[in-house]
Design a protein around this ligand. Structure first.
Ligand SMILES: Cc1cc2nc3c(=O)[nH]c(=O)nc-3n(C[C@H](O)[C@H](O)[C@H](O)COP(=O)(O)OP(=O)(O)OC[C@H]3O[C@@H](n4cnc5c(N)ncnc54)[C@H](O)[C@@H]3O)c2cc1C
Length: 389
């Protein structure tokens, strides 16, 4: 079994690391203080993404993406994911389901999104449909050659400014017909009701939306009627592995900072790393990271080697579950090692605490990942998780 990185993989990792250190880390405190960055800084970061070849790492070259392997995508997400307050989101990865669009949709939306000329948000969650994504009520009804859409959404990251919103609906209010629509910015009836404040200060919101008598041409449907969840399955695999990778990236950064501090900080006449309580925390952190990384990259490599979609989905859930929980444990211990300095906002570990907490919630909470894993075990046995061929 060879799980070593290739020269290409290492090059990708180095580029992502250089970009994170050069273009994201220097702006972390400014972003935290102001909940936003000046336009010129955002433009420089965008150019940095292009110059480092990190745009649309998840899409094919023919549409303007970098066509990275899943392993390479994880390496990038690990490196940029350690930048606090979701600065990683500046490294755009247009939702994978856009590749299932018509040639016109690919030209109008996917290709410019890969170039970073337009941004995309994904609006699925609703006040009564969070973990239960099948409970979406936003309804689309055909009227002539347009669909009339009504409903409400919440937690729709960046929807207040995105150029196009991928909206999950049910046609005719029928739960058996989940269907996606591409909704252009400024479409009448797409209303931001409220922009609640969240723990992260990313400069982007997660608005609540009222969708009232919104009319979109039938040609704005992505895929077919009833294909909505099918199309989002690949997105779930991608998003869950991305979260797992970011969680590991945050854990690595937090543990490196904590190790440095434990060597420097003296109490009772010696460096605190000399206390076994501190040494053991570092040991637990290292073991958690090693376990999470092994799981993540093994899953990624299996997907690159052609793992079937169902198994990929099931394993991505386990990776998301374990890595986000492990990331949280590690970052929390890093805070503990810093003592009072660990809860100062100027310390990256404090900001990482806010970021890593979220990873256990979105794209399916830890409990929902366990529902997925448990369901697979009941149907197919343990081998997928415990076997090793
Ligand atoms: C900052 C942020 C950004 C987000 N961005 C987006 C976005 O861009 N687009 C989008 O569509 N959504 C987005 N979300 C929504 C996110 O995916 C949901 O918050 C998440 O899926 C959980 O749904 P919920 O918050 O409604 O919690 P609920 O579903 O209400 O869950 C509450 C609790 O009940 C538990 N629970 C629920 N059902 C079960 C069950 N069957 N078994 C065991 N336990 C259960 C959950 O695990 C949780 O602990 C975002 C959320 C946040 C916080």
């Amino acid at each position: 079994m060879d799980m070593a990185l290739t020269a290409d993989d290492r090059d990708v990792r180095e580029r992502a690391r250089a970009f994170a250190r050069g273009f994201l880390h220097p702006h972390e405190e400014e972003l935290d203080e102001n909940n936003g960055l000046p336009d010129a800084t955002e433009a420089a970061i965008r150019q940095g993404v292009l110059d480092h070849g990190l745009n649309a790492i998840n899409h094919a070259r023919e549409v303007g993406g970098q066509q990275m392997t899943v392993v390479q995508q994880c390496l990038v997400n690990e490196e940029v994911g350690n930048a606090t307050n979701a600065l990683w989101s500046r490294v755009w990865q247009p939702p994978i389901c856009l590749r299932d669009g018509t040639p016109e949709q690919i030209e109008t939306y996917l290709a410019p999104a890969c170039r970073g000329e337009i941004s995309v948000s994904f609006c699925t969650s609703e006040p009564a449909a969070g973990s239960d994504a099948g409970g979406v009520k936003t309804s689309a009804r055909l009227d002539g050659n347009r669909y009339v859409i009504d409903g409400e959404k919440c937690f729709a990251s960046s929807a207040e400014y995105a150029d196009v919103n991928l909206l999950t609906t049910v046609v005719d209010g029928d739960p058996a017909k989940p269907t996606l629509f591409l909704v252009d910015k400024g479409t009448e009836g797409f209303n931001v009701r409220r922009l609640p404040r969240f723990a992260q200060r990313s400069g982007h919101g997660h608005p609540e939306l009222d969708i009232v008598d919104m009319r979109v041409p039938a040609t704005q449907m992505l895929g077919e009627i009833g294909q909505g969840f099918e199309l989002t399955k690949d997105w779930f695999v991608e998003a869950r592995l991305g979260i797992a990778a970011r969680s590991i990236g945050m854990a690595v950064r937090a543990s490196e900072l904590a190790l440095g501090w434990s060597r420097e900080r003296e109490q009772f006449g010696r460096a605190i790393i000399g206390f076994q309580a501190v040494e053991f925390m570092l040991a637990e952190m290292a073991a958690d990271i090693m376990a999470g990384k092994s799981m993540l990259y093994r899953t990624a490599q299996e997907i690159d080697s052609g793992l079937d979609r169902k198994t990929a989905h099931a394993k991505a859930s386990a990776a998301k579950y374990f890595c986000s929980e492990a990331g949280f444990r590690v970052v929390d211990k890093a805070v503990q090692i810093f003592g009072g300095r660990g809860v100062m906002c100027e310390n990256p570990v404090e900001r990482l605490t806010r970021d890593v907490r979220l990873e256990r919630i979105w794209e399916g909470t830890s409990e929902i990942q366990k529902v997925v894993i448990g369901g697979q075990i009941k149907k197919r046995g343990l081998d997928m998780y415990t076997g090793w061929d």
